[in-house]
Design a protein around this ligand. Structure first.
Ligand code: SAM
Ligand code: SF4
Length: 331
């Protein structure tokens, strides 16, 4: 069993996009009031006094869209400079990255994952949902953000692709081709029915092996020697500079190597993405004045129980019903 040492911290449940797979139309998107967000001090207290003493050293900032969180650069600076932090990364849609890439890098961030589901501006528009009036064309802005992050020196630069049948599956080869001459890691994520049962039922999902086969037929595919600490199976087109990752949470069970917990913007600690068992409200604990030792003890017990919680829903053959969308959980 892997040590559980990786915390995904959602900084905000709001987003400037409304991706069809993440914030489906009709989903309950009542945003958490700002007063219920963990503030920076609370996040740092939890890291320093609860998670780090329990062995957590790897942190990812996510959302919603984390670049919308006021003070993001300062927070990155503080987490990056905690002596125990061995890895800090951020997942973003890159819409605001052009301006923020350099300040984030200067604050100590080195790893960034960017969602990019299409290379075609029109397809991209259909995925990222309702346009916000007066915003410039969004694909171009995102692409600019990616180029800036590359120039600034983010390495590895990872691009996350959720493949939706009938929407962007015709672009699998074009997206994979981005790895041919750049050291980028393109990761295909199986689409998950979280908070979007209707979309899932109507369109289905494509498993990683089907995607790999398309790529294999075109260029061949070899197992990469580069291996992250996450759930991706990593491959490489022979001779390519970058790699291809496949995150197959639907077709495979990698619960036994799951090393992560999730903290929502409003302070709920969630041990497993696939079910809602065992969540703790750490915001309430802090604000009600629960002693930090007691909070650490409760989190420690949850960490100890995580392996059992991981397998719970898998064994019953269902991923359960979700009261939260991906944007609220943090992906
Ligand atoms: N806004 C940021 C972004 O889009 O990268 C960070 C938050 S987003 C919730 C984190 C990741 O979750 C993204 O890579 C996104 O593609 C993925 N995601 C969201 N909904 C998903 C779904 N239903 N199935 C699979 N991945 C999903
Ligand atoms: Fe926003 Fe990211 Fe969700 Fe898209 S995937 S709606 S960019 S949080």
């Amino acid at each position: 069993m892997n040590p559980i040492d990786y915390l995904r911290i959602s900084l905000i449940d709001r987003c400037n996009f409304q991706c069809v797979y993440c914030m489906p139309e009709g989903a309950d998107l009542n945003h958490v009031l700002r007063e219920f967000w963990l503030d920076h001090e609370e996040i740092l207290t939890l890291l320093k006094e609860v998670f780090i003493p329990l062995g957590f050293t790897k942190f990812r900032l996510t959302g919603g869209e984390p670049l919308l969180r006021p003070g993001i650069v300062q927070l990155v600076d503080e987490i990056a400079h905690l002596p125990e932090t061995t890895d800090l990364s951020l997942t973003t849609n890159a819409f605001k990255l052009e301006k923020l890439a350099q300040p984030l890098y200067d604050a100590g961030l080195r790893r960034i994952n960017i969602s990019l589901d299409s290379l075609q501006p029109e397809t991209f528009e259909t995925i990222v949902g309702k346009p916000v009036a007066a915003e410039p064309v969004r694909w171009q802005q995102v692409w600019q953000g990616i180029q800036t992050a590359h120039r600034v020196g983010f390495d590895p630069l990872k691009l996350n692709v959720v493949v939706i049948p009938g929407v962007n599956d015709h672009e699998i080869l074009d997206l994979a081709a981005l790895t041919l001459d750049k050291n980028w890691h393109v990761r295909f994520i199986e689409f998950m029915p979280i908070g979007n049962d209707e979309l899932f039922t109507n369109k289905g999902w494509i498993d990683s092996e089907t995607i790999r086969q398309q790529i294999r037929d075109r260029w061949g595919l070899e197992t990469s020697t580069i291996r992250g600490n996450g759930p991706a199976d990593v491959f490489k087109i022979p001779g390519a500079k970058g790699t291809l990752g496949f995150i197959s949470q639907m077709s495979e069970c990698f619960c036994d190597r799951c090393n992560r917990m999730r903290l929502s913007a409003d302070g709920w600690l969630r041990p497993c993405l696939l079910n809602e068992t065992g969540q703790l409200n750490l915001r309430a604990a802090l604000r009600n004045g629960e002693p930090i030792d007691s909070i650490r003890e409760r989190v420690g017990s949850l960490v100890a129980n995580k392996p059992e919680i991981n397998f719970k829903m898998r064994e019953s053959g269902t991923t359960g019903a979700y009261s939260r969308t991906m944007s609220q959980i943090g992906g």
